[in-house]
Design a protein around this ligand. Structure first.
Ligand code: SF4
Length: 472
């Protein structure tokens, strides 16, 4: 079954946003965190003399990969298998979860340590593991906060961005069963380290996501800031990686572009503190069994839409979230998807075959801030408009389609336009005052609920011009 977390059951964005906007603490936390990351990003991006050229290079590599996705995926499969890795193909979320559960069970294990797991949130792997009697332990600090707090991620790079230090301390006290805990950052990280270190040394199966799959070597690349990934990727006997099929890039040299774009855009760093690359298995060094599960889960359908396929360029840096005026007010939970912000607004709906999350493409002011910061130049505003059109074409009401046809007719011919103006002037009379319509009847009331509509002037420009000519 194609699934993006619980997005199919999530409330519509406007309803969820109202709830989020009422939470002043959440808004403060989100604004502070995104301000900090934006500031750092601006400095390190400004330092590079060729940022626009780097963005263009990233865009071109991704566009090229999508044109030849089958070639690069099979090349990755061959090279990974040659190096001792085992490649599995998962059509959807259930398929991926079943493959992963089967691998862990085949080793008689009942625990797994996890890192970089956004794609596993997409497939809802943790509930599937727990249902199979396998305990998953998140090891990213933010993911650990989410797991112990029984919470949901609200940001792509900083999933617990909506939590402040005092809240995290409470979560750790309860979740780690601690009698006492200081509230300073070092107290919290020390508690997390003690909690996780024992698991790193004990658990025999590791699980990771992937930032990039390098086709010409069959290698997997994970970048991170905490060092927990390195523990997960090297200490267990068995390693399982879950990656979307769009993560593949052609060559090792292409990493040069993305390892400059990603850290600057994601965390405002020149380079990630930990960059881990591995290729298959090496006897006596690291995990002795490596499985990689390549996930479709709706991606090939996104690929089939040429106008929206660049959605799959995304390298999950979250720069578009930090820049988005809508996200900065509501935070991520209002999107109802693990992919929030502008990229979530275009990705979630498409992955779900346009069946759920139809309110998300409207969760945007179309200001273009997301496009300006995107390191791989995804034209999110254009895709948003394209998706809105698809929604209206697929599901728009008869009345809406009729209204659009009428508008097309009026705008195509000045005589029809003039007649429409006359009718509009007549209809607006009961609702217009001081040059504005402040309370329109249904179905236009949704528009005037949040803004005033300028009333149509008593005379059109064409009429004014004709009258002026007659007077002269
Ligand atoms: S759409 Fe662009 S800016 Fe947004 S997360 Fe993806 S790569 Fe980053």
């Amino acid at each position: 079954m194609i699934r993006v977390g619980d997005a199919a059951k999530a409330p519509e964005f406007p309803d969820a946003a109202k709830h989020a906007l009422a939470n002043a603490q959440l808004r403060r936390n989100v604004r502070h965190a995104t301000d900090v990351i934006r500031g750092k990003r601006a400095i390190v991006v400004g330092e590079t003399g060729d940022w626009q050229a780097l963005r263009e290079a990233g865009r071109r590599i991704k566009a090229h990969v999508l044109e030849h996705l089958d070639t690069y995926l099979t090349r990755f499969e061959e090279n990974c298998a040659r190096a001792g890795g085992r490649v599995h193909w998962a059509a959807d979320a259930d398929d991926a979860n079943r493959i992963i559960v089967d691998i862990i069970r085949s080793h008689g294990e009942s625990e797994v340590i996890k890192v970089k797991t956004m794609t596993s949130d997409e497939t809802r792997l943790n509930p599937a593991l727990e249902a199979a009697g396998i305990a998953p332990y998140e090891t990213d600090l933010a993911d650990l906060i989410i797991q112990l707090g029984n919470d949901r991620p609200s940001h792509i790079v900083v999933p617990a961005l909506h939590r402040n230090r005092a809240e995290i301390r409470e979560i750790f006290l309860r979740g780690m069963h601690l009698a006492e805990l200081g509230g300073e950052p070092e107290d919290l990280t020390a508690a997390a380290r003690r909690f996780l270190r024992e698991k790193f040394l004990r658990v025999r199966v590791g699980f990771s996501g992937a930032n990039f799959l390098v086709a010409d070597r069959g290698s997997v690349c994970v970048v991170e800031s905490e060092g927990n990934a390195r523990m997960c990727l090297t200490l267990p006997k068995v390693l399982i990686t879950l990656a979307g099929i769009e993560k593949v890039i052609p060559t090792f040299e292409d990493l040069e572009v993305f390892l400059q774009l990603l850290p600057r855009s994601a965390t405002g760093e020149r380079m990630n503190p930990y960059n881990t690359l591995w290729t298959g298995v090496v006897p006596g060094d690291g995990p002795q069994e490596f499985h990689i599960v390549l996930l479709d889960n709706g991606r090939t359908k996104v690929l089939a839409d040429r106008q929206a396929r660049e959605t799959l360029h995304c390298i999950r840096c979250a720069a578009c979230l930090n820049a988005c005026p809508v996200y900065r007010q509501t935070g991520g939970h209002a999107y109802g998807s693990i992919y929030s912000g502008p990229i979530g607004a275009i990705l979630t709906l498409q992955l779900q075959d346009m069946e759920h999350s139809q309110s998300l493409p409207y969760a945007s002011s179309l200001c273009g801030a997301c496009y300006e910061v995107c390191p791989v130049k995804i034209n999110i505003p254009e895709i948003l408009i394209h998706l809105r059109r698809r929604i209206v074409e697929d599901q728009g009401s008869y009345l809406e389609r009729l209204a659009m046809k009428g508008a097309a007719l009026a705008f195509a011919d000045h005589r029809w336009f003039s007649r429409a103006q006359t009718i509009g002037r007549f209809l607006q009379r009961p609702f217009a005052a001081h040059g504005y319509v402040t309370k329109a009847p249904e179905p236009l009331s949704a528009w005037t609920a949040t803004r005033d509509l300028p009333a149509m002037p008593a005379q059109s420009f064409r009429q004014w011009w004709a009258a002026r000519g007659a007077r002269a």
